[in-house]
Design a protein around this ligand. Sequence first.
Ligand code: COA
Length: 324
Amino acid sequence: MLRSRIVGTGSAVPKKVVTNHDLEGLVDTTDAWITSRTGISERRIAVNEPCSELASRAGKAALKAADVSPKDLDLIVVGTVTPEMTFPSTACLVQAHLGVRPGATAFDVSAACSGFVYALDVADKFVKAGAHKKALVIGVDQFSRIVDWKDRSTCVLFGDGAGAIVLSAEKGARGVLSCHTHSDGRHWEMLYANGPHQSSHFDHGHHKSPYLRMHGNETFKIAVRTMGSAITEAMEANGLKGEDIDLLIPHQANLRIINAIKDRLKLPDEKLYVNLDRYGNTSAGSIPLALDEAVREGRLKENDTVLFVAFGGGFTWASAVARW
Ligand code: COA
C-alpha cells in the first residue's frame, strides 16, 4: 500500500525572545500569572521576517534533513492564517524562495491552530492517490501581527514560529496511518480575528476590531473536549491503546489543556512532547515545531507510533497518527 512517510523535519523561529517579564511592562500582568495559568515563560516575535520567510527556513531545514532537493518536490501545502499577502499563497512564495520546480502544486490551507494537521491530511491524500511523490508540508503563523498588544487576556498566549516536514510516497508499514479533521463553525465567535480587510457584514460592534478575540474559558473547555475525542477517534481507527503511543505531540496552547489530555490518557511525561514554555502558542507552527525538536532530541526511533492532535479557531480540530 502506498503511504506518505515523513522523511525529514525542520523548524524556524524568529530571533527576538519576549519573556513574561518583558510583557509585565506592556500590560497589567505578571510572570507568575502567565506561568501558572498557561505554562508559557517566553515566546519568539518576528521583526521584519514575514511568514513566507519563516516558512521557507523551516522548509529548507526539512529538505536538508530529508536529503531531498527542492527540484524533486511536486507539492507544497502550507497551513497558515497569517500570510503576509492576501495572495499569492504562502506556499507559492515558499516555492519561489526555495527554488522548487516551476509547475509543482502549491497552496495554503486555513484552519487556524489546526492548520498543520489539516495540511498534512490534504498532502497525505494527494500522495496516497498517487498524484504527487514528494510533498513539503509546513505549519507557520505570526500571531504577533494579529493579537491586540493591549489585551492581556490574549497577547500573553501567542508567539511566532514555523515547522515543516517532507513526505515521500513509499510502500511499506511506515508513514502516515490516519488523519481525521473536523470543524464546527457555530462557535466561530469564541475565537476569531477579523483582519484588516473586514467584510462589511461585520461592520458593527466588536466584530469591527481587526485583532484576535477569544472567549478563553469556553475555548479552554471545548479544546479539552474536542482534542480528547480526536485522540480517541485516532486510536480507535488504528486499534491503538494508550501504551501503544510512543509520543503524543499536542497543539501547544496551554499546559493545563495538555495535562488534562495526558491525565485522560494516563500517559507518562516521557510520552508527551511539550515546548510551549519557550514558544507559547505558535498556532499552525506549533505541532511541526515540536515534532522537529523531538526528532532532534532523539525522541523518535524507527517504527515508533506518534500521534498529533490539534485544536483551533473555527472551531477546528484534527488528529494524525504516523509510524516513524
Ligand atoms: N495577567 C493577569 N491577569 C489576567 C491575564 C493576564 N495576562 N489575563 C486575564 N487575567 C485575569 C482576568 O481578567 C480575570 O480577572 P477577574 O477575575 O478579575 O475578571 C482572571 O485573570 C481570570 O481570568 P480567566 O479567564 O478566568 O482565567 P483562566 O484561568 O480561564 O485562564 C486563559 C485564562 C486564557 C489562560 C485560559 O482560559 C485558556 O488558556 N483558554 C484557552 C486559550 C487557548 O488555548 N486558545 C487557543 C486555542 S488554539
